[in-house]
Design a binder for this molecule. Structure first.
Ligand code: PMP
Length: 305
């Protein structure tokens, strides 16, 4: 894709109830959300002209704001409606949808009781989060130095902008070493997730994934667990320690044999390496990758086949 800067693309952005020309969707430099990270957002994908699990995402946006102590002045139904209308207006079938809500510039300082709550939605074409060729071979993950915080330290169930500071730092460190992404542990040293996606492992035909008690229980994660169960796979949500990954080769059956990430942007992405550990792009990862691709297609497209 040509590298058009994100503030210079064509089309419209929905901002506080109006469709604003893309290049005019601006905020003031003294915005609370920028200075103090009082912002929450969503990441959604449209397939064949329909946004997958749209209402689940709009509800999570509301819940994320509630956890940060503010109320979005548009209902879930209004946000759903704005997303659908904007998708049509942008003219895309397959696209990425980014709603965001933030405290405005009416009051500066830690306290922002009088700041207005703003809401905007942008939609653009974002084909694959990871390099498509690499995705089929499995992506390589670094081990992040930063850890997901204790829920007593940060509102970890909120998709809050502030929680991404350590994700960007971890991803940049990984990219500098030639990795696609990084796996983060949590504050206790348990396996948590990647910087923008949940993580799954496979061992002897069973699927294992960390219990989401201090990170997002992703909408894709829940969808993929459902798809795996539909196939009759056992899915075990439990504490996973990093030592369990240590098998250096997939043939050594001591560790996990397969690994994959799930997320709206990442979809289902197989992982081939995490630090010293190696995984094969196996049948279960491939099956779930295909099942997810089928599940996201709009119902009318499937009926027309
Ligand atoms: N964890 C993090 C940190 C994320 O940014 C995302 C993407 N929203 C996920 C997990 C996966 O969530 P979802 O499947 O709802 O996109």
């Amino acid at each position: 894709m040509a590298s058009v800067p994100f503030d210079q693309m064509d089309g419209f952005i929905w901002m506080n109830g109006e469709f604003v020309k893309w290049t005019d969707a601006k905020i003031h430099v003294l915005t609370h959300g920028l200075h103090y990270a009082s912002a929450v957002f969503e990441g959604e994908r449209a397939y064949g002209g329909e946004i997958f699990k749209l209402t689940d995402h709009s509800e999570r946006l509301h819940e994320s704001a509630r956890l940060l102590g503010f109320k979005i002045p548009y209902s879930v139904a209004e946000i759903d409606d704005a997303c659908r209308t904007l998708l049509k207006k942008q003219g895309f079938q397959d696209a990425y949808v980014r709603p965001i809500a933030w405290r405005g510039s009416e009051q500066m300082g830690v306290s922002a009781q009088n700041s207005r709550i703003n809401c905007a939605i942008a939609i653009w074409q974002w084909p694959s989060y990871f390099d498509p060729a690499q995705k089929l071979k499995g992506i390589r993950l670094d081990l992040a130095e930063w850890r997901r915080p204790d829920p007593r330290t940060a509102p970890s169930k909120s998709k809050a902008a502030g929680l991404y500071m350590i994700c960007t730092m971890s991803k940049h460190a990984a990219e500098a070493k030639g990795y696609a992404d990084a796996m983060m542990l949590d504050w206790r040293g348990q396996v948590a997730e990647a910087t923008g996606a949940n993580i799954f492992f496979v061992k002897d035909g069973k699927i294992h994934t960390p219990t989401p008690d201090c990170f997002l229980d992703g909408i894709t994660r829940r969808t993929v667990i459902g798809l795996a169960k539909d196939r009759g796979f056992e899915v075990i949500e439990r504490t996973i320690m990093p030592e369990e990954l240590e098998a250096i080769m997939p043939e050594e059956l001591e560790g996990f044999q397969q690994c994959f990430l799930t997320g709206t942007a990442a979809e289902v992405t197989p992982v081939s390496e995490i630090g010293p550990s190696r995984f094969e792009v196996g049948e279960i990862a491939k099956t779930l990758m295909n099942d997810y691709s089928a599940a996201v297609q709009p119902k009318h497209a499937i009926a027309a086949e």
